[in-house]
Structure formats: structure tokens, C-alpha cells
Design a protein around this ligand. Structure first.
Ligand code: C5P
Length: 407
């Protein structure tokens, strides 16, 4: 499990012009050590202090400093870059840069990004102590604070210019700690989440099988969202062609019985089991060892029922918090409530199938039901929906499970 404090967080690091820019190089390394993905944007002045190549090598990503770089803009537009960011941190932030940000200027790439992003912005000032103490700078910083920009530092001490006072960039450790603290705890920190996803295939003979139309997208999105929320995630995947979400441990299976074995083995040490797989209810009683041939007559397949994996986990002595899915073409709420009780679930996520949602598509809507409440999550991209679902699961989990304080 990656419990790194900034695990998979997209950090956009803005480097301003100032001698402290060299410390930003170390910051990139340490952000990556903490699990973050880092992209660096430098002001023109910053490039006079440290070369872009240094930041490119350390971040593993191209560095940008201009709005007018056509090839960079084609690869990832500044709007996409602003959306990509989960966090923006500007270190060092010069007096000039702070003034421009405080007044909403957008004359260069970095200030444009700050106006364009929805991500929280942190600035770490670094400048001569007189510049820092100047009422103009103090007023600008106050403006930023009022706009909920986090101001990290500066520290006091000896300065590159030979003076002593307030205006030093915070140490890299302190910057990272401040960023982590500002982000706050994630909803599934410290929890182990098991997710099943995709269809199951039940073999008829070596070339034919009974399957279903599940793409696995919803379950994979749930696994990704749970990992982003801080959980240690194990994903039991039926046959799908999807890539494994970052930080998720994946176990591939084919049939319902293989999925059952993998889930039962993993459920014992899971805190939460989210069963998003469309498990085949039936399988052929026997699988022919060689390809079945046409006989000129009708062919009858004897089907027998598969184990109900979720129900079996629900019957264990100390089941994890159980979340089931119910895909229905009709009487959605009625059937979902039945499953909630019958399978002893803590929550069920019900969706209507048959319209332009549910199977084989990128969007879905979910009706969440638990004992004592329900909530409709509106039609949305499955990745967005998965994040909302994971947040609701975290809330219900914390509301119903006692907090165990480890010794
Ligand atoms: O098939 P059904 O509609 O009953 O599925 C509801 C829930 O039960 C789903 O979360 C599904 O993953 C799970 N299930 C299962 N094993 C089965 C059938 C369904 O775990 N054999």
C-alpha cells in the first residue's frame, strides 16, 4: 500500500524569480518522494536563476514558462494543466509575483494558471526582509489570505543578500508538512478496500462462453476513487480490457467460482467490500473438453447456479462493510431494497439499465440505499460518480463502525 502523504496528488509547482528558486529543485524531489505527480511552471525571471532542464529531469515532465509555446500548448493546453492540478504551490513567490496574483493579473503562464485553476493555491514567499515588511507587500499578502490562498512562511534568518530578518523560503520539509496538513485527512485513510469489477465468463467449451455486457468501468472507477481517498485497494477483476488504476493491486479472474475464491480470500482482511462485479448467476454444468460440433439437432445446455459471492461474504462471522450493486431494468428501488436485506448489505448502489447508462458506457446514475436513508446520485461520468459513491461509503462506514484505536 502506498500511504505516502501526497499519494498520486497532482501538484503544479510554480517557481518564481528569486535566489531561493534553487530550493524548489529539492522540493520537486521531495514532493515526488511523498507520492505526488509534479509539473513545474517557471516565470521568465525564475529561468534566470535555475535552468528548466533541472526541473524537467527532477519532475519527469516538461517544464513550461510561456503561454506562447505552441508545442507545449498542443501537448497539454494551459487550461488542461490548470484542471490537471489538485494543488498549486508557488515556491518561491517573489514580491512581484505576489503583487500580480493579489491583483488578478494574467500576463504570463503562471498567473494565468492561478486564475484558471479550481485547485487550492499555496504561496511560499521569499524575498529581502525589507521587501517583505513593506506595506505594499503586506497588503498584497493579506489580499491573498482573504481569498483563501494559503501563505506558507516566510521564515526568519540570514538572507542571501546578507541581511537578517523575515523573508526566507520555508525549508522544504516545512513546505511539504504544511501542504499535507492543509489538505487534511482523506476519507479512507488507513482502510483496506476490496473491490470486484467486470463480468465473469463461464466456459461452455474451449472457444465459447457465457458472459455479460459489464465493461468493468464502474468498478475500476470505484477502485481508483478509493485509492485516491487513501485506501489500500485490492481489485478482483473479471475479463475486461481496462488498465489498472494507479496504486491498486489487481487480481485477474475469469469465472464466478474463481472470483469467489479470490474475494473470499481477500475479504477476511478487508474493512470494506464493494461488489461492483456483474457475476454470472449461472454456469454450464459441464465444460466440454473439446469444441462442440454442430449435430443438426437442438442443443440443450444444462445451467447450474453460481455461488452468490456477496451473500457468502455477508454470512461470514465478521463481514466487512458491504456495498452491493443492483442493475435493474424495472422496479429498481423495490429489488434493491430486497437485496440490501437478503444479502445483509450496509449499502446498495442501484442503477437502471437499458437506457443510455449502466452497461457498456461511460456514464451512470445511482440510487444509494442503506438502512435508514437513501440518496440519488445524478447521471454523471462514472469516474465522478465513483468519487461521490466512495465519499458516501466513507461517511456510512465511519457512522456505523466503531473507531478502533491501535495501540
Ligand atoms: O445479481 P444481483 O443483482 O443479485 O447482484 C447484486 C449484487 O450481488 C452485486 O453487487 C453483485 O456483484 C453481487 N453478486 C455476487 N455473486 C453473484 C451474483 C451477484 O456477488 N453470484
Amino acid at each position: 500500500m502506498s500511504n505516502a502523504s501526497l499519494d498520486r496528488v497532482h501538484v503544479l509547482l510554480g517557481v518564481g524569480g528569486g535566489i531561493a528558486a534553487y530550493k524548489a529543485a529539492e522540493l520537486v524531489r521531495r514532493l515526488r518522494d511523498a507520492g505526488a505527480e509534479v509539473r513545474v511552471v517557471m516565470t521568465e525571471n525564475a529561468t534566470r536563476f535555475v535552468g528548466a532542464v533541472t526541473f524537467q529531469a527532477l519532475s519527469g515532465n516538461p517544464v513550461r514558462s510561456s503561454l506562447w509555446d505552441e508545442s507545449a500548448e498542443a501537448a497539454m493546453s494551459h487550461i488542461e494543466l490548470a484542471r490537471w492540478a489538485d494543488e498549486v504551490i508557488i515556491a518561491p513567490a517573489s514580491a512581484d509575483l505576489i503583487a500580480r496574483l493579489a491583483h488578478g493579473f494574467a500576463g504570463d503562464l503562471l498567473s494565468t494558471l492561478v486564475l484558471t485553476t479550481a485547485a487550492p493555491v499555496s504561496v511560499a514567499p521569499a524575498m529581502n526582509q525589507q521587501m517583505w515588511a513593506h506595506p505594499a507587500t503586506q497588503a498584497n499578502v493579506e489580499r491573498l489570505r482573504q481569498r483563501k490562498v494559503r501563505v506558507l512562511g516566510p521564515a526568519a534568518g540570514s538572507q542571501a543578500c546578507g541581511e537578517t530578518g523575515e523573508g526566507r523560503l520555508l525549508e522544504v520539509d516545512e513546505l511539504i508538512a504544511a501542504l499535507v496538513a492543509a489538505r487534511g485527512p482523506r476519507s479512507l485513510d488507513g482502510l483496506r478496500v476490496l473491490v470486484s469489477a467486470g463480468p465473469t465468463y463461464e466456459d461452455i467449451d474451449p472457444v465459447r462462453f457465457i458472459g455479460n455486457r459489464s465493461s468493468g468501468k464502474m468498478g475500476f472507477a470505484v477502485a481508483a476513487a478509493a485509492a485516491q481517498a487513501g485506501a489500500e485497494v485490492r481489485l478482483i477483476a473479471g475479463p475486461v480490457s481496462l488498465s489498472t488504476p494507479a496504486g491498486v493491486e489487481r487480481i485477474d479472474v475469469r469465472s464466478a467460482r474463481q472470483m469467489r475464491d479470490a474475494v473470499i480470500a481477500a475479504a477476511a482482511d478487508a474493512d470494506i467490500f464493494i461488489s461492483a462485479a456483474a457475476v454470472g448467476d449461472y454456469r454450464p454444468e459441464t465444460t466440454a473438453p473439446t469444441k462442440l460440433k454442430k449435430s443438426g439437432k437442438a442443443l440443450a445446455l444444462e445451467l447450474i447456479q453460481n455461488p452468490d459471492i456477496l451473500a457468502e461474504v455477508g454470512q461470514s462471522a465478521q463481514p466487512p462493510f458491504l456495498v452491493g450493486f443492483a442493475a435493474e431494468t424495472n422496479d429498481l428501488e423495490h429489488y434493491a431494497r430486497g437485496k440490501l436485506e437478503r444479502k445483509r448489505l450496509d449499502m446498495i448502489a442501484a442503477n437502471q439499465v437499458g437506457e443510455a447508462q449502466g452497461f457498456e458506457c461511460g456514464e451512470n446514475a445511482l440510487l444509494l440505499i442503506w438502512s435508514g436513508g437513501s440518496e440519488q446520485l445524478a447521471l454523471a461520468d462514472k469516474r465522478v460518480l465513483a468519487q461521490s459513491l466512495v465519499e458516501r461509503i466513507a461517511e456510512r462506514y465511519r457512522a456505523t463502525r466503531p473507531v478502533v484505536v491501535s495501540a
